[in-house]
Design a protein around this ligand. Structure first.
Ligand code: ADP
Length: 599
């Protein structure tokens, strides 16, 4: 859901994002204009010297040497001014640019942390990475390198042309001619109706490509196992093709006007040489007019650089506009509304007629009502795709239901602040994410204030302490890259230790199916049992044995609650549950027979 208050776009929005760095940027631009004006000074001092030389060609002795010295001094001063101003401008714009991308990235990351999980559905990690890394990088390049160039590119020709008009309006108009033609060509490039669409497609295809690269790297084990090469990963190829096509289309769309632009923007001499020669030959005083012709010939070529910078700005502006828009898509994304309700007096979870769909037209949960009683264990079972994880996500407020209401202790979830809610409910995922950090810090994710003793007690309760102590660096062992690797079951016990530290009154556990070796399973079950004590617990169970003794079992299928009660009650009242139990028994018997055959 987008915030409708978004007003500014493109360059003005970029300045708005620059926030308190605006004055630094304005100072940088001012200095860039000064430095570029200083760069033009030698053209005028040379003009001055030529005028003196020519005016005294028949009276060399009477030449005004002191004026030539003065002009030389001015040239030297201008060179110094140019050096100092461009250094100061560049230093200011770079520090401002790095401050801006630092703040932008922090704002984006903080915002991402506050967004409901639903925001990330359908978005690739690569796409988000592109916005956080590449689009912000473009802002840095633009602010640090091009913003000041733009200021100079506009100011220098304007000041120079004013001066030239004072000197000779006819030659000034001729100098202007290729500039006008160039600007027309630039505008043609800018206002092309499909230009915005091409930029959107270029960003989309780049995000898709980066997303696929991340997937490709994540999927490397599968690719290796099946001995497939990169060419087997068709989506990667097609995403690259799409990106290449979009870049080609953009380049082709600009090819003709840009080629002419390049041809014209430096073509002052083409127009100036014949016209100035003609005017010179018809002038009242050949010697008197010659310095003016030389001035225009010199300055005409000097205008090329700022014009070149202006063109860079045009090319970049489209990219920046689209990048800023994508950052705003995150910054303006609406956070879930929240209130300030206090911790409730009890920790019952009540779902009342809840319906939820990820996408229009398909409902993952349909009119579901259930109650998880404080201090009780509720098992959640059902076929895959039945809506179990979605229900857990709704209780954790990853999303809000479109219909119905979920309450904790009688208070609707939206009335709690995200902080209070995170002190109420925690979740042990099936796949636990481990940070590339020490085991101690990985466990401390549950409560950053926890002491080492508390971390160790949590690890003991989660049955992972012995595994950690057997590692050479114990709790200081680094997990992941260049560190130690834990099995899936061990990682899930680290995740359980985190939840022990968090010590929320409501816990949702997603039983892992992948780590089915007997020892691991027994340890995870014991850890679950320790964690569940005196809490409101919901276990998403994949093995029915796990929840046979639960106080209540919910059976979900196709988003509906089709059964509810104890194991014994459900065997009588819910056919699907009985079938699941029978299928489980058959599987267990088959497992025993298989063992007999193997031994
Ligand atoms: P279970 O946990 O019981 O396997 P889920 O809650 O994961 O079931 O899924 C319920 C339904 O919602 C399924 O049809 C599934 O395809 C769909 N679903 C789950 N997650 C998403 C998602 N992020 N985006 C779109 N549809 C989803």
């Amino acid at each position: 859901m987008k915030d409708k208050t978004r007003k500014k776009e493109g360059f003005p929005r970029l300045l708005e994002l620059a926030g308190n760095k605006k004055s630094k940027l304005m100072a940088a631009c001012f200095l860039a204009v000064l430095s570029s004006a200083a760069k033009m000074v030698p053209f005028f001092t040379v003009y001055g010297v030529i005028t003196i030389l020519l005016s005294s060609y028949n009276d060399v002795q009477g030449m005004d040497g002191s004026r030539i010295l003065l002009l030389t001094g001015i040239t030297l001063g201008a060179a110094l001014t140019y050096g100092l101003c461009s250094y100061a401008s560049s230093a200011l714009s770079h520090t401002a640019a790095y401050d801006i991308i630092y703040e932008l990235r922090i704002r984006l990351i903080e915002k991402l942390g506050k967004l409901p999980s639903g925001f990330f559905t359908g978005k690739t990690q690569g796409g988000i990475k592109k916005i956080l890394s590449d689009d912000t990088e473009q802002v840095e390049i633009f602010v640090a390198h091009h913003l000041c160039d733009i200021a100079a590119a506009i100011a220098t020709p304007v000041f120079t042309l004013i001066y030239l008009f004072i000197m000779d309006w006819r030659l000034s108009l001729i100098t202007l001619l290729p500039i006008v033609i160039s600007i027309v060509l630039l505008v043609m490039c800018l206002v092309k109706p499909d230009k915005a669409a091409l930029q959107v497609e270029m960003h989309d295809s780049q995000e898709a490509m980066q997303g696929t690269i991340v997937q490709y790297i994540h999927g490397m084990p599968v690719i290796k196992v099946f001995n497939r090469s990169l060419s087997a990963f068709k989506r990667y190829e097609s995403d690259i093709d799409r990106f290449v096509t979009s870049v080609e289309k953009t380049a082709k769309a600009n090819a003709w006007p840009m080629s002419f632009y390049y041809a014209f923007f430096g073509a002052q001499l083409l127009f100036l040489l014949p016209s100035s020669t003609y005017i010179l030959l018809n002038a009242d005083s050949y010697i008197g007019y010659l310095p003016i012709v030389l001035l225009f010939l010199l300055v005409g070529t000097g205008l090329k650089e700022p014009m070149e910078n202006m063109m860079q700005m045009v090319i970049l502006s489209g990219r920046i506009n689209e990048g800023v828009k994508r950052m705003d898509n995150i910054l303006y994304e609406k956070e879930l509304p929240s209130g300030n309700a206090a911790m409730p007096a009890n920790f019952d979870v009540d779902c009342d007629n809840v319906s939820f769909s990820y996408e229009e037209g398909t409902q993952a949960i349909k009119g579901l009502s259930c109650e998880l009683k404080q201090g009780s264990v509720t098992g959640l079972v059902g076929p895959s795709g039945g809506g179990k994880s979605t229900l857990a996500g709704l209780i954790l407020r990853f999303y809000d239901p479109q219909e119905g209401i979920i309450k904790i202790g009688g208070t609707p979830l939206p009335d709690y602040s995200p902080e209070t809610l995170s002190r109420l409910v925690s979740y042990v995922f099936q796949e636990s994410f481990m940070f590339n950090d020490t085991i101690e810090n990985n466990i401390r994710m549950g409560n950053k204030e926890a002491s080492l003793d508390q971390v160790i007690s949590a690890a003991k309760a989660a049955e992972i302490h012995d595994v950690i102590m057997a590692l050479p660096n114990g709790y200081q062992s680094i997990l992941g890259e260049n560190g130690v690797y834990l099995s899936g079951g061990e990682q899930q016990r680290i995740a359980i230790a985190r939840v022990f530290l968090r010590n929320t009154p409501i816990v949702i556990l997603d039983e892992a199916t992948a780590y089915a070796d007997a020892e691991n399973e027994a340890k995870i079950q014991r850890a679950f049992a320790n964690l569940a004590k005196d809490k409101t617990v919901l276990i998403i169970a994949h093995r029915l044995k796990t929840i046979e003794n639960a106080d209540c079992i919910l059976v979900m299928k196709d988003g509906h609650l089709i059964g509810q009660g104890s194991h014994e009650e459900l065997l009588i009242t819910c056919n699907e549950y009985k079938e699941m139990v029978d299928a489980n028994d058959r599987r267990d018997r088959w497992n025993i027979k298989r063992k007999e055959v193997l031994t």
